[in-house]
Design a protein around this ligand. Sequence first.
Ligand code: SF4
Length: 195
Amino acid sequence: MTDTTDFDVLKQLATSLGASDVTVIPTHRIKIDEKLVDFCKEPRCENYGLSPGCPPHVTGPDGFRALLEDRSHVLVVRIVVPSAVLFSDERRELMAFLHELVATVELAAIKRGYKKAMAFAGGSCKDLFCFDEEDCNVLSGRGECRNPTRSRPSMSGFGVNVSHLLQTCGWDPNIKVKQPGDEPLSWVAGIVLLG
Ligand code: SF4
C-alpha cells in the first residue's frame, strides 16, 4: 500500500461518516498561533481546565510542534452546517459527532500502520460527553476516560489556526450561500495527524 492509497481510503471513510470536505496535506502547512491559546483563558472558556484535552492540561503550541515533527501529513475534515445549528441545542450533538468522526478515522489510520495517528477536534469533551458527570474521570484520578473511542483533544489549546488551515485546504472559511435568501452556512473542523 502507498500513502496515496491509504490517504484515499481514510478520506473515503471520513466522507462516508459525514464529512462535507476532506483532504490530506503535509503537516508543515499547519500554522500555529500562540495567541489563540490565550483565548481559552481570556475571555475564559467555561470549560477551561475541565478535561485533559484542554488547557492547562495540554502541551500547547510547543508540544504540538513536537507532534508535527514526527508526523508527515494531516487529514483535515470540515462539516458544513446551517449557522443556526451552532447556536442551538443541536450544537453539542454536532461537536460530539465531529469528535467521533475524527476519532474513528484516527483508529482506522492506526490499523493501516500509521501508529502515531492522532486526532483533534473542537470543544471540550467534558461538555460534550461527560456533561452530566460531576467531573472528568481522568482528571479526578478515579480512572480511565469514559469515552476513549469518541473524545479527542481540542485544537484550540494547541494554537492551531483553523481558519488558515481551511484556506490552505482551498476551503473558504466564509461559506457563500448559493442564492440570496438561502440559509447562512457555517462549519466545524477537525484533524488527524498521520505518521
Ligand atoms: S472522562 Fe474522557 S470524555 Fe469525559 S471529560 Fe474526561 S477525558 Fe473527556
